[in-house]
Structures are given as structure tokens and as C-alpha cells.
Design a protein around this ligand. Structure first.
Ligand code: C2E
Ligand code: CA
Ligand code: CA
Length: 569
């Protein structure tokens, strides 16, 4: 028997009839040879996966010693790398979603599959799991030091906060910046600078426990999350160890180097109830450490942010005025079909034309709108204005495609959100299949039941769903499948380096391939030059968006582009 083409499958199934059926299906002539190992209980399955290697598991949801999603969790906790295909007696879409969320690669219903579908599901599950693990590795770990990167850091701190509030514990966030790293880097060269960062990372890991997260946020900036803390004194002890330990000499390429660090520390929940606050406060404590002479750690104090808060209060009151004085307007950025170069639609982007400060970009004021609860009102305004604009393009006979609108997570927390969307569609007369909403993965992941039902309702109405900034969050393809996502937008940060860094190139082509396997339309954001375009073309992406074709522009400009396209056709 040719070893390469043999796939070891663990079938966890207590019903002999069902097990037999799978056995028969997999015996059919096929390019690959399946070797089936059958066990009838969860306990036996766990024992098996510890002692033997399988390429994939088929898991029944109804076992004598385990029922439902818990079976997946148990199996995964013993074999994290094992792709799992669920075999269930019922065709229940909600349950299917839950199994996929728990980490299963696919969900099959007994009696509804033939041998071809089964073997296809198994092969896809294996391939998908591998690529997903690769993407996870590439997207979540810092290339240089192997530490968690910024996006994994965000995920970890979110989890840490959830755990801490459930268990009534607290966590400490340490923000660390090396003192005078740049002069060393400039004087001795990047190779030595890089090696220094690697050594620093190595030492940092040694100062904390396995369970704590050490991340490199970029450049010479690091963050450490300490969880499950009983005494604050312990945090000071760790910070002390770090500042002292990092200042010991480094021996790199026959140089003895010295570097110190400044650390800012903030606690959850004492210094902020959400991630943004904690990060901001740890950061401002770090600056305080720098200002007061470096090579030290400083705990956050409320006075640090007084100035910032005053600025925030001003901006808040200005935002209230902006809403009533109609200082907001929309720009639109076209999306382009890569093979025909024609406009397939456009994305509405919010702008604030401040009477004194001019144009303020949304990344500055949208977080404030979210904090002060005004995002729903403004979000509804955006939706309506975008629909109206689309209608007027249609009435002018322009080939408009879909209009995409960005949603903030808070909007989906509104109970009646789907109702207000349908009201806006009715009022403006826009057909639901002309509307696409863009939301980030983190919104999906944090989904409560209500988020899910809102997305279901939007889908039912005929509105499309796009995932924005893909690759920066959990990068989970499982979610995409089950949420019936129409479009996936690969984050700008990957596209930026797609022609210069192999890591970004690998992630991008893997994302395109996986998404297309699942029948999802893929767009690259932030395409700025010809080289990026060529790369994406070679990788068969569907659409692109970015300055290379057009920055966000006023509605008139888009009209002109569409008119030109119509005339050319
Ligand atoms: P986004 O949804 O990822 O939007 C794309 C951003 O990338 C836009 O920034 C756009 O101007 C910029 N961009 C487009 N092409 C290129 C390129 O080739 N190179 C570079 N460097 N940048 C490019 P903008 O307009 O500042 O928007 C920033 C973010 O603000 C958006 O990111 C979105 O998350 C949010 N946002 C904008 N409008 C709204 C809105 O109406 N509601 C909500 N909730 N969020 C919005
Ligand atoms: Ca967007
Ligand atoms: Ca985006």
C-alpha cells in the first residue's frame, strides 16, 4: 500500500450501523486510501488521539459518555491539531454553527451524504485546518522574535479581561519600551538591532510564567499581560525583575551592549473597564516613566490623563454639535473587478468637516461616537445617506453595483437594528440586494445571540455581508462559512507588504485560496501600486480597492467614473 496516500481516520461512533455505513462509503475506489479506526466512546477516542496520529476525526455528537459540542472541546483539548468533521443525526443550522465555533471543520448530517461528499469533506477539512493553522501562525506571531504580535495581543487581553471579570480577579498590563534603542540600531546596523530585540524577547519570556502573554507590539515596544494576580506586590516584583534583568549586558557579535527599559503598568479593572482604556493608561504610565528619567517602572495614576480627558470632553461636545449642524458627509471609494477593471460597487466612508480644524478622519472620531453612544444615530444617518446616494446614481442610469456601509459593533447591539435597516431601505426605495454591510471579525466573534439573529435577518432580507480588515483578528474561516459571509476584505496591512515580504504574500494567497474554496468573494484593500496589483492578479483575487485605482472621493467624482465606464462599454 502506498503510504503517502493513506489517510488515518478516527471514527468516534457508538452506533454500529452508522459506523458500518461510513466504513462502506470510504471503501469505495478512491485516489486516497482511508484507514478507519473505530471507537465507540469519547473516553476511548481521547486515549486513541494521545497515543496515535490521525489526519482527521469523524465525531458523532451523541455518544454514551458525551453529548453535543462538549465532545469537540474534549477532543480538541487532547489533540489541538486534529481536524474534526462532525457527524450528526440532525440537520440543525444553529447547532452546526455551534460545532464549528467550538472548532470543528465541518458538519455532516447522517443519511444526507454520499461517499463522494464524505471523502471531499474529509480532504477539505484536512487542507483547511492546515492552512488555517499556517495563517494563524503567520498572522499572530511576530516574525522576528516569535512572540505574540499586536493582533494576538488584542485577542489575549480580551480573553484575560473576560476571565478576570468572571473570576473576580485582576490583571496587570505592562507596557514596555526600550530606552534609546534607535541610536544602537542606527550605529551598529539592523542585524545587530534585530538580534538585540530577539535577546530582549527571550529574557522577557524568562521573567513571567507560561500562562502570561508577552507580545511585541512593533519596533522596540513590548507588552506583557499578567493574569490571575492575588497581590499587587507581585506585579512590582515582576516589573523590578524585568527592569533589572534587561539592563544586564548583551553579547552580540563581539559587542557588549547595554540597554534599559521604561515600563508603564495599568490594572484591570481598577484603571479602566475596557481594553482601550487599559492600554491607553498603561501607555501613558510608560510615558511618565520615560519623562521621569527612564530605566524604571511607573504605575498608572488618574492624574496622567487629566489633560487628555479635557480634550476628550471638548471633542465630545463638538461631536454633538456636528450631528445637529450636519457637519458629516460621505465619500465613496470604488471597488474594482480585477479582470475587467470595471467598478463593481463602492464603499461609503464617513467624513467630519470641522469648521475650524477641517477634515477629521473617522479613526479619530468614531471611537468617541462609540463611547458616547452616538454611533447608532450617526450610523443610521450614514446608512440612509448612502442608500439615497445610490438611488440617485441609479436614477441617472449609472452602473452602480452595490453600496457598502461600515457598521460598528455597537450598532449590532441595538435590538431593533435590522428593523431600522429595513425602514431605511423602504424609505429610500433601495433594493436590499444592492446593500452590503462591512463588519470586522471581532464583531462576529463577540457575537451574542442577538448579533447572530440580526445578521440572519439582514441575510434574509437580501443584504450582503462583508468581513472587513480580515487577517488582523482571529482569521477564522469557520465563522465565515457559517455566517454565510459574501465577501472578505483582506486587510491593508497585508497588501502593503505583499510584494516585499514573503510572510504577507503567503498569508494573502492562502486567504484568497481558502475563501474561494468556500465560494466567498475576496477583495484586497489598500492596493497602492502596480506590483501589488500584479501579485493579486496572479493569485486570482476577485476585486481590489485602493489608491491605485481611486482614493475615497465625493459622490460627483464617482458619478463621472461610472459614466465614463458606461460610455466605454
Ligand atoms: P475601513 O473600513 O478599513 O476603510 C478603508 C480605509 O482605508 C479608509 O480610511 C480609506 O480611506 C483607506 N484607504 C483606502 N484605500 C487606501 C490605500 O490605497 N492606501 C491607504 N493607505 N489607505 C487607503 P478612512 O476613510 O480614514 O476610514 C477609516 C476607518 O473608519 C474605516 O476603515 C472604517 O473602519 C471606519 N469608518 C469609516 N466610515 C465609517 C462609518 O460610516 N461607520 C463606521 N462604523 N465606521 C466607519
Ligand atoms: Ca470598510
Ligand atoms: Ca478595511
Amino acid at each position: 500500500m502506498d503510504k503517502i496516500n493513506t489517510i488515518n481516520i478516527l471514527l468516534v461512533e457508538d452506533n454500529p450501523g452508522d459506523a458500518r455505513l461510513v466504513e462502506v462509503m470510504l471503501k469505495q475506489p478512491n485516489e486516497v486510501h482511508y484507514r478507519l479506526h473505530i471507537v465507540g466512546t469519547l473516553a476511548k477516542a481521547l486515549e486513541k488521539v494521545i497515543n496515535e496520529t490521525f489526519q482527521v476525526a469523524i465525531l458523532d455528537m451523541n455518544l454514551p459518555d458525551g453529548v453535543g459540542v462538549a465532545n469537540i472541546t474534549a477532543l480538541r483539548s487532547h489533540a489541538i491539531d486534529l481536524p474534526i468533521v462532525v457527524l450528526s443525526g440532525e440537520a440543525n443550522e444553529k447547532f452546526a454553527l455551534e460545532t464549528v465555533k467550538a472548532g470543528a471543520q465541518d458538519y455532516l448530517v447522517k443519511g444526507q451524504i454520499d461517499e463522494w461528499q464524505l471523502s471531499r469533506a474529509l480532504n477539505y477539512a484536512i487542507e483547511r485546518k492546515h492552512m488555517q493553522d499556517d495563517i494563524m501562525q503567520l498572522a499572530h506571531y511576530d516574525h522576528l522574535t516569535g512572540l505574540a504580535n499586536r493582533s494576538l495581543f488584542q485577542v489575549r487581553i480580551e480573553h484575560a479581561i473576560q476571565n478576570a471579570s468572571r473570576r473576580n480577579e485582576f490583571i496587570a498590563l505592562l507596557y514596555l519600551d526600550l530606552d534609546n534603542f534607535n541610536p544602537i540600531n542606527d550605529a551598529l546596523g539592523h542585524d545587530i538591532g534585530d538580534q538585540l530585540l530577539i535577546d530582549v524577547a527571550e529574557r522577557l519570556k524568562g521573567f513571567v510564567r507560561e500562562v502570561d502573554t508577552v507580545a511585541r507590539l512593533g519596533g522596540d515596544e513590548f507588552a506583557i499581560i499578567l493574569e490571575g494576580i492575588d497581590y499587587k506586590e507581585n506585579v512590582a516584583i515582576v516589573a523590578e525583575k524585568i527592569t533589572a534583568g534587561l539592563s544586564e549586558p548583551y553579547h552580540i557579535a563581539e559587542n557588549s551592549l547595554f540597554i534599559t527599559s521604561s515600563i508603564g503598568i495599568a490594572y484591570y479593572p481598577e484603571h479602566g473597564e475596557d481594553i482601550l482604556d487599559i492600554i491607553k493608561n498603561a501607555d501613558s504610565a510608560m510615558y511618565q516613566a520615560k519623562r521621569s528619567g527612564r530605566n524604571k517602572y511607573v504605575f498608572y495614576e488618574n492624574t496622567f490623563n487629566k489633560r487628555n480627558n479635557n480634550e476628550k470632553i471638548n471633542l465630545n461636545s463638538e461631536l454633538r454639535r456636528a450631528v445637529t449642524d450636519e457637519e458629516f458627509f460621505l465619500q465613496f471609494q470604488p471597488k474594482i473587478d480585477i479582470s475587467t477593471c470595471s467598478i463593481t460597487g463602492s464603499e461609503a466612508l464617513l467624513r467630519w468637516g470641522h469648521p475650524d480644524h477641517g477634515l477629521i478622519c473617522p479613526t479619530k472620531f468614531i471611537p468617541l461616537l462609540e463611547q458616547n453612544g452616538m454611533i447608532s444615530k450617526v450610523g443610521n444617518w450614514v446608512l440612509k445617506a448612502a442608500c439615497e446616494q445610490h438611488m440617485s446614481w441609479q436614477q441617472a442610469g449609472l452602473p452602480v453595483g452595490k453600496i457598502a456601509v461600515n457598521l460598528s459593533g455597537q450598532q449590532l447591539l441595538q435590538k431593533d437594528f435590522s428593523k431600522s435597516v429595513s425602514n431605511i431601505l423602504n424609505e429610500t426605495g433601495l433594493s436590499p440586494d444592492m446593500l452590503e454591510v462591512e463588519l470586522t471579525e471581532s464583531i462576529l466573534i463577540q457575537n451574542t445571540k442577538s448579533t447572530m439573529s440580526i445578521l440572519d435577518m439582514l441575510k434574509e432580507m437580501g443584504v450582503s455581508i462583508a468581513i472587513d480588515d480580515f487577517g488582523t483578528g482571529y482569521s477564522s474561516f469557520n465563522y465565515l462559512r457559517k455566517f454565510l459571509v459574501d465577501t472578505l476584505k483582506i486587510d491593508r496591512s497585508f497588501i502593503k507588504d505583499v510584494t516585499s515580504k514573503s510572510r504577507e504574500a503567503a498569508i494573502t494567497s492562502a486567504i484568497i485560496k481558502l475563501a474561494q474554496d468556500l465560494g466567498i468573494n475576496v477583495i484586497a484593500e489598500g492596493v497602492e501600486n502596480r506590483e501589488q496589483l500584479d501579485f493579486l492578479k496572479e493569485n486570482n483575487i476577485d476585486e481590489i480597492q485602493g489608491y491605485y485605482f481611486s482614493p475615497p472621493v465625493n459622490a460627483d467624482k464617482i458619478s463621472n467614473m461610472m459614466a465614463a465606464q458606461k460610455n466605454a462599454a
